[in-house]
Design a protein around this ligand. Sequence first.
Ligand SMILES: *[C@@H]1O[C@H](CO)[C@@H](O)[C@H](O)[C@H]1NC(C)=O
Length: 413
Amino acid sequence: MRSGLLVLAAADIVRSLPQTVSEKPDNLDRRLMNGLGKTPALGWNSWNQGGCEAATAVVALNTASAFINLGLRDVGYTYINIDDCWSTTSRNSSGYLVPDPNKFPQGIKALTDQIHSMGLKFGLYGDAGTMTCAGHPGSQGYEVQDAKLLASWGVDYWKHDNCYTPCNAGLQQTCTNPAGSSQTWYIKMRDALLSSGRPIFYSLCNWGRDNVWTWGADVGNSWRMSIDNWGNWADVVRIASEAAPIASYSAAYGFNDLDMMIIGNGRLTTAEERTHFGIWAISKSPIIMGTDLTKLTTERLNLIKNRALLAINQDSLGKAATTFRPSGAASPVSGQLYPYWAGPLSDGVVVGLVAPDGAQTLSVNFADVPGLGAGTFAWTELYSGHTGSGISVSANLNAHDMAVFKVVRIASG
Ligand SMILES: *[C@@H]1O[C@H](CO)[C@@H](O)[C@H](O)[C@H]1NC(C)=O
């Protein structure tokens, strides 16, 4: 197909440029250019909702209806992604993946057609090794055939997992001594998708191995930078603390993926859910919901539909917030949640304040914030809508809560 050839040609030109290692990898010259993922993906994934059981056409269509009925599509949520267990446990005699007929009685093409007609996009899951994490057929050795099949079905998004990949310790679900760099096998699927005839969003899921953030932008549209978010507060803290030092690798068309947004699984407090959503949003992570959206309370729906936070996540500048150290504050400690976050926007600066332990009042002078400095600024707190102006701002926070301010200069200093 003509559009596919054009995409491939553009990507080849991009990749043939010198692969210089730069201190601030925020330019576009080494990023996968399949035309997708200019801003972080917004959507839903079946895995954290119900594992293998949720990988069905019924669940996908119920979620698509919820996107529309609950106003999620209107605020930007687009991708309906089915994770592991959608296929049968073996390929057919021609080597093709086969949708489980009990879960997808009409096949995948009919489902993608229906989801497209609802103004949404459809994603599927696969694996770089011999088997997926749940033991379904992997794409190793079948990359080109699988990519063409996905394109023929109209699939829009592909998550590529890292189970049962080449391993010196013998074949293992999660290899402890990999035989080679995962970059090798992620590139194979990139090239297969680029030549499939359809632009397909490429989501790398190697759990942060091989410093994927240093090469992920050339290979995929997003890359998981840590092991899974299991939906506990400890996971939010771990992932946030690991994301901050690698924030500069995120830019248009390629973003650190902090893993699923797990709102409403009963394990986080309201304050913790605000912090989970807030840090993922300002870090420019894809926001891929991992719970049953039809069961969310109004309060939780309002959290994930917060237009101001989503606008920060989708800002055209595409630069991720990271931690900064105000004068007098302690240094960040690896593995712990740091209270002070900031990042540039196309039209201002976002400042996040987090109470990592107990209830706390946190203040920051705008002069200490990267990108602000001397002057007078107007601020809006994006959860409460409160506004104000001056040379500083403060927040009274409950334990594990977060305030997010959009700050705009109104007078020079
Ligand atoms: C295998 O699957 C492919 C793709 O769906 C299909 O075109 C082909 O007919 C199937 N082959 C057999 C032998 O069932």
